[in-house]
Design a protein around this ligand. Sequence first.
Ligand code: B1M
Length: 210
Amino acid sequence: SEILNVISESLQEGDVDAVTEKVEEALNGGVSASTILHEGLLHGMDVMGQRWKNEEVYMPEVMIAARAMNAGMRVLKPHLLAAGVKPIGKVVLGTVKGDLHDIGKNLVNMMFVGSGFEVVDLGVDVNEKTFVQAITEHQPQIIAMAALLTTTMSEMRVVIEAVTTTGLRDQVKIMVGGAPLTQSFANAIGADAYAPDAAVAADIAKQMIG
Ligand code: B1M
């Protein structure tokens, strides 16, 4: 529809105000938060990803689009989340060391919260010590790690080794995700699960605590 196209295009232009405004307008017009997310925001981000791959845009433009994406997600967030339910479990989430990509992780965060989990989001560029500390401090049932770069995927193995050597491995399930990952990579590093997208991540998390 027209408004979803406008959201996608405003995102591609990095127009934070327009994205914020149009997402609100679409919500008020009765468009579902999930439709706005997929056919508006993520559509725009996909286009930018393609353009970058084709070398039609530069990184600052992608960065500005990502900022507009996050602005739109802030508006959508309360609408994607289940209202006032008691958490069914706790997840510690973060993008691994050396990696600053957070759009996918933020989406995973929302899907977890929307499925009833309490989420401790450690942010981006999170090293193994911080993950280990968070297990001790927050006692989550699940650790979820994101990596978007082939050069940072291996940090996941470092985290799992640190969790193991500190004797905490039996306390938590570990799930991994992000564009360059595969099930066989997850198996190779000793993760309990690989989630190809945010919705599957939430489903797997529910199974893990069930
Ligand atoms: Co980056 N970048 N980037 N980037 N960037 C990619 C990932 C890349 C594929 C682009 C390309 O070359 N075609 C490429 C990686 C190549 C590789 O390693 N094979 C790349 C590169 C190279 C880089 C830099 C190195 C560029 C440079 O400096 N030369 C640099 C690295 C910075 C760093 O991290 N240290 C860099 C920087 C950036 C920006 C800052 C400009 C920006 C990030 C802004 C931000 O996140 N705040 C950015 C962006 C936006 C991208 C692309 C265009 C889009 C990523 C994205 O957000 N997608 C990306 C190209 C692409 O993917 N088309 C690219 C939307 C998001 C919803 O999808 O994150 O895949 P995704 O999440 C999915 C699933 O993967 C899964 O669920 C989500 C869907 O539901 N998932 C999980 C994700 N995390 C999960 C965790 C889980 C479970 C599922 O937990 C269990």
